[in-house]
Design a protein around this ligand. Structure first.
Ligand code: C2O
Ligand code: CU
Length: 499
């Protein structure tokens, strides 16, 4: 499908309001439904699955330390509209359409974390072995930042997210407000996803790899998926008219596989001010940023002095291809009032975990393997999802994980419950390599490059229980690049006698 670029205006996802109160806290009701969505002026409407029927889903905008309840319900058809491979983990003896919602980056209690086996079907008729309750509780205790929520059902996460089940979740706080960063219509979310469309407008997702070997199941999972079309906030290659002033963009890579190298066509530097876990301590001036699936970047772009100019947001990894362009900023609006927003040199304080607090160092490999059909399968330490838990940190303990990538691909590694710091990176010869700009912030997902070793440090709190860690390339996550993370109460005996 050849679609004309920059003919649709960038939509801004609506903010969801609570439906009422539950146990004295705001209560939100979100329904997953199948609907039709207009991705492009010249494309017929596309069947999608959306939270409240929206793609992307509605944006949550909540205040720090003000907990909320959310009831996520499944009103989807019983059959998937994308090709379901029944041979992979979680997909064989379970209902075809399963959903569960994970608030990515949030330290949620286990029962509200959206464990992949806490899935539920339409009207909660069937539930997975880890399902505990219908109404999720979010404490919103973390610093101001952009989280996102998305589907996490075992074995079909890649299909459910691609179908449209993803949205943003902002946490605000006083400290952030005191900085006078660009706000209101000058703070713009950008949710970026690559898609491929069939000529009739329907979403294309491969049912098998190209040149499949004859013994492959049909449909069969593929090890990666790159769409040939880029969407932002649910529109194909949109444009945004801007004023000649500073804007703050809250960017989320919600793509299945694709890592982008974001840069501006005028090659002007821009400022990285925040990462997955909130604001950096000070802005970092950059010319490009590598962002892998599930990572969020908080950036300030200054369009002043660019009156009448078009600036394209580009992907430096694809400069020769149509997907090398993402969206267009048209600096055609007049300055409606003087730009009083600031880009302060100090943004916020980030706690450092002292190295002498480290309880355990784990060396964890990212390696290639093969499944029983001879398909490429990516694993951690050569272990599959169903193998017994090996990452079992004690509650409140500090660990260093050395993520050793023995493969030729990029893997964005995500750990539930925690924010971590990136300590350092090494190439395959063990030489220290330069940090990525995002390594200076708090992270929940880290890009591990081909052959690289990345060391991360984190403290496992505030809950014990069953979580997961995984690669956020969704085709990898669904094909066993995911492992249990079991956090053990630090002193179980004493705990009991206290009751
Ligand atoms: Cu964004 Cu375990 O997920
Ligand atoms: Cu991976």
């Amino acid at each position: 499908m050849k679609l004309k670029k920059f003919v649709d205006a960038l939509p801004i996802p609506s903010i969801i309001r609570p439906k009422g109160m539950y146990e004295d806290k705001p209560f939100y009701d979100v329904r997953m439904i199948e609907t039709l969505h207009k991705f492009h002026r010249d494309l017929p409407k596309t069947k999608v699955w959306g939270y409240n029927g929206l793609v992307p889903g509605p944006t949550f905008d909540v205040e720090k330390n003000q907990p909320i309840y959310v009831r996520w319900t499944n009103h989807l058809p019983l059959k998937h509209f994308l090709p379901v491979d029944k041979t992979i983990h979680g997909a064989s003896h379970n209902p075809e359409v399963r959903t569960v919602v994970h608030l990515h980056g949030s330290p949620s209690e286990p029962a509200s974390d959206g464990h992949p086996e806490a899935w539920f079907t339409r009207d909660f008729r069937q539930t997975g072995p880890h399902f505990m309750k219908e109404i999720y509780y979010y404490t919103n205790r973390e610093r101001a930042t952009a989280l996102w929520y998305h589907d996490h059902a075992l074995g079909i996460t890649r299909l459910n997210v691609y179908a449209g089940l993803a949205g943003l979740y902002f946490i605000r706080d006083e400290q952030e407000r005191s900085l006078s960063l660009p706000k209101g219509k000058y703070e713009v979310p950008l949710i970026i996803q690559d898609k491929t469309f069939n000529p009739d407008g329907s979403l294309f997702y491969p049912a098998q790899p190209d040149n499949p070997s004859p013994n492959l199941p049909y449909p069969s999972i593929v090890p990666s998926f790159l769409g040939d079309t880029i969407t932002v906030n649910g529109k194909v290659w949109p444009f945004l008219k801007v004023e000649p002033r500073k804007y703050r963009f809250r960017l989320l890579n919600a793509s299945n596989t694709r890592t982008y190298q974001f840069r501006l066509s005028n090659l002007r530097p821009f400022a990285l001010i925040g990462t997955d876990g909130g604001l950096l301590s000070r802005p970092i001036k950059v010319k490009s940023l590598d962002v892998s699936p599930a990572e969020r970047i908080d950036i300030v772009i200054d369009f002043s002095g660019l009156e009448g100019i078009n600036v394209i947001l580009q992907d430096g990894f694809e400069s020769e291809n149509p997907t090398g362009e993402i969206m267009k900023f048209q600096v055609t609006k007049f300055l409606s009032c003087p730009d009083q927003s600031r880009l302060p040199s100090f943004l916020g304080h980030i706690d450092r975990i002292p190295l002498n607090k480290v309880k355990k160092i784990r060396r964890l490999t990212l390696n290639d393997s093969q499944d029983e059909f001879g398909r490429l399968m990516l694993l951690f330490d050569d272990k599959e999802w169903m193998d017994p838990a090996t990452e079992t940190p004690l509650l409140n303990s500090v660990e260093i994980w050395e993520l050793v990538n023995l493969t030729p691909g990029i893997h964005p590694i995500h750990v539930h419950l925690v924010n971590f710091r990136v300590l350092d990176r090494y190439d395959q010869n063990g030489n220290l390599v330069a940090p990525l700009p995002a390594d200076f912030g708090l992270k929940d997902t880290v890009l591990v490059g081909p052959g690289e070793t990345v060391r991360i440090i984190m403290k496992f709190q505030p809950f014990s229980g069953d979580y997961v860690w995984h690669c956020h390339r969704l085709e990898h996550e669904d094909h066993d690049m995911m492992r249990p993370l079991k956090i053990i109460p630090s002193n179980p005996k004493r705990h009991k006698s206290n009751r």
